[in-house]
Design a protein around this ligand. Structure first.
Ligand SMILES: Cc1cc2nc3c(=O)[nH]c(=O)nc-3n(C[C@H](O)[C@H](O)[C@H](O)COP(=O)(O)OP(=O)(O)OC[C@H]3O[C@@H](n4cnc5c(N)ncnc54)[C@H](O)[C@@H]3O)c2cc1C
Length: 382
């Protein structure tokens, strides 16, 4: 395995996890990244990392750095749009049974992964221009004009993967759009140990703590909220919140000081097939997630670990077989987690106030384990 020439496309969560784990096995992959180095990992957002991801950091001996740069989540709270609590779900069943469920900024996570994956091996500002599958590997031409032969190409360039289009036909992957989306920003106050969400009719406000601040998301049906604009949408959401609930008000105010906050459209993506010959998809490029269950990064890391495990058993003459085994091992598992995030999306993204009222009455009868039953199965190894 150590003489495999591996190309990883994309230095994101999946790509860097993969390169760190490969380095542990004595193999130095080539990693390319579209962003120029001076812009790389300069801005980011909040991530909730389940033990599915945290356990992979244990494997790369990065647990101390991870814990020092993140905060354990103890509770998940769903509130009405007025601010009133509908139900608080303790996260004990995750923290005690599976491992620490932690909030971390994407910037910190990428820094931890970079430190473990020998930053000098990354070729920034580079993409794949062309790939030709040969019987013994893949001939790759890069955007800088260079060409190189690889035994394996790992496509890990995210949910909007451009490189995926070079191996899959148009009908071999599909995006699923919720019609919802929204703005993301930071609230600079000390983090709390709870995720807080405010589910309204046509609005959604989420507060997601990381190591030193709180990530804020404000969303709704894309067409409507874009027409209204951020400022008037904030006023509308604020008008529903009772004055005694200071945190959602503070979170909404945090948008005032930020120019052009990142707008995130909520769609996910599923690729029918995860590999062709010696080229394999990984992370969001294989199966991308809605934010609802907060699981995309964790599954990307879980899949990267499974892929490296299979790569360590491969020889140059049987790479497609090894990639088939990886796909069989991981694809159903990832799609199962994706199913939960889709179901949660149906509950969260509701336009009608009647349906929202019924939902709020029913929510207290559900446990988190019931709402995340497929994801719980995945964490239990099913
Ligand atoms: C606002 C927000 C909040 C989120 N919250 C959570 C959460 O709480 N929990 C969770 O688990 N997940 C969350 N996610 C999802 C999570 O970030 C993704 O699932 C995860 O990053 C997927 O990892 P990846 O490596 O596949 O893709 P990415 O991390 O997106 O990495 C892709 C990399 O490829 C690079 N790239 C793109 N195109 C090319 C190209 N053509 N050539 C070379 N390089 C390229 C990109 O610059 C990037 O560095 C969130 C996402 C967003 C946007």
């Amino acid at each position: 395995m150590q003489d495999l020439d591996i190309l990883i496309v994309g230095a994101g969560v999946a790509g860097l996890t993969c390169s760190s784990l490969l380095l542990q096995h004595g193999i130095k992959p080539t990693v390319i990244e579209r962003e120029e180095e001076k812009h790389f990992n300069k801005s980011g957002y909040m991530l909730g990392l389940l033990p599915l991801g945290g356990r992979v950091l244990n494997a790369m001996d990065a647990r101390d750095a991870f814990f020092a740069n993140s905060v354990q989540m103890e509770q998940y709270e769903i509130h009405k749009e007025t601010g009133e609590l509908v139900k608080g779900y303790p996260l004990d069943f995750i923290n005690k049974q599976f491992g620490s469920y932690r909030g971390i900024s994407r910037t910190s996570l990428i820094d931890i992964l970079l430190a473990k994956s020998k930053q000098d091996t990354i070729r920034y500002g580079t993409t794949v221009k062309n790939m030709e599958q040969q019987t013994n590997g893949v001939d790759v031409t890069f955007s800088d004009g260079r060409s190189q032969h690889f035994d394996v190409v790992i496509i890990a360039d995210g949910i909007h993967s451009e490189t995926r289009k070079q191996i899959l036909e148009d009908d071999e992957f599909a995006y699923k759009d919720t019609g919802w989306g929204g703005w993301v920003t930071w609230l600079d106050i000390d983090p709390i140990a709870s995720y807080k969400e405010y589910w309204g009719a046509g609005s959604f406000l989420g507060l997601y703590p990381v190591e030193d601040k709180i990530g804020v998301f404000l969303g709704g049906p894309v067409d409507e909220i874009k027409k209204k604009g951020l400022t008037s949408f904030i006023s509308e959401v604020k008008s529903n919140i009772a004055d005694d609930f200071s945190m959602p008000n503070q979170a909404l105010d945090s948008f005032n000081s930020k120019k052009d906050p990142f707008f995130w459209e909520f769609h996910d993506c599923r690729s029918q097939t995860w590999h062709k010959q010696n080229v394999v998809l990984l992370g969001d490029a294989a199966t991308g997630f809605l934010p609802t269950a907060g699981v995309g990064a964790s599954m990307a890391m879980d899949s990267a670990a499974a892929l490296v495990d299979e790569l360590t058993r491969m020889d140059k003459n049987h790479i497609p077989y090894g990639l088939t085994l990886f796909s069989k091992r991981q694809k159903k598992r990832v799609e199962k987690a994706q199913k939960d995030s889709r179901e949660l999306g149906k509950m969260m993204f509701v336009d009608s106030s009647i349906i929202s009222g019924v939902r709020n009455k029913l929510l207290p009868f559900y446990s988190l384990q019931q709402m995340l039953s497929d994801l719980t199965d995945v964490m239990e190894g099913e």
